[in-house]
Design a protein around this ligand. Structure first.
Ligand SMILES: [Ca+2]
Length: 221
């Protein structure tokens, strides 16, 4: 087939255009795939960094508590309550899932005003520090943890009933979003059998772990 010079150029131009378009599409696909992979890697790196930071903070707190500056004071240690309960239970996730030492298991309440969780320490303790681990399965902070309150009482809270702020001795609180780890230091004279964690919010409560540090009141006498 014989074509004029002008037509040959047009055909060559069209073919070149198609080739350029195909190459551009392939390059775009490769770039999108690489970007997606990098984004995923970045997210995992970011989560790992947060986890490392959180573990370091926990270790630091535990080291600080184990240093005995005053030998006359009883040694502070981690209290490991055998019993816990909460205002309500959602999805069969009871209160003791916040005491099992596993950050991948969470207690879970219904959505309600000022949800609370309580540990029965089965003796009266001076509480020095409480650490709430508020991590979800992606290594990120739960955003439902808001306006954290920690306190103690010798009166057992009733499951299903709201707990007024004046129903217990407030140890400390953290306004706003709690973040990955909530640390509350208690005044020297705060003691009780029941340790309460409550959120001043109208939402679900699902926290991974509660770590309680203190000493038995009779050790001080
Ligand atoms: Ca847990």
């Amino acid at each position: 087939m014989f074509l004029g010079t002008g037509k040959r150029w047009i055909i060559l131009g069209v073919i070149a255009g198609i080739v350029v378009a195909v190459v551009a599409m392939v390059l775009a696909c490769v770039a999108i795939t690489m970007f997606a992979a990098n984004e995923s890697d970045d997210k995992i790196d970011d989560q790992n960094k947060r986890l490392d930071e959180y573990l370091k903070r926990i270790q630091l707190v535990e080291q600080q508590l184990n240093i005995r500056g005053d030998t006359e004071k009883p040694e502070v240690s981690e209290i490991k309550p055998l019993d816990a309960f909460q205002i309500s239970v959602r999805d069969a996730k009871p209160a003791d899932l916040a005491l099992d030492g596993n950050d991948d298991t969470h207690m879970y309440t219904e959505k309600q005003a000022n949800p609370w969780w309580c540990a029965d320490m089965q003796d009266i303790y001076y509480i020095k520090r409480v650490i709430i681990i508020n991590i979800n399965l992606n290594g990120e902070p739960q955003t439902r943890a808001n306006y954290l309150r920690v306190g103690v009482t010798n009166t057992r809270p009733v499951v299903g009933e709201n707990l007024a702020l004046d129903a217990y001795t407030l140890c400390g609180y953290k306004p706003g979003l709690m973040g990955l780890v909530g640390i509350v230091n208690c005044p020297d004279d705060v003691s009780g059998q029941y340790l309460i964690v409550q959120f001043g919010t109208n939402n679900y409560m699902n926290i991974a772990e509660v770590k309680i540090y203190g000493y038995k009141i009779k050790d001080k006498l």
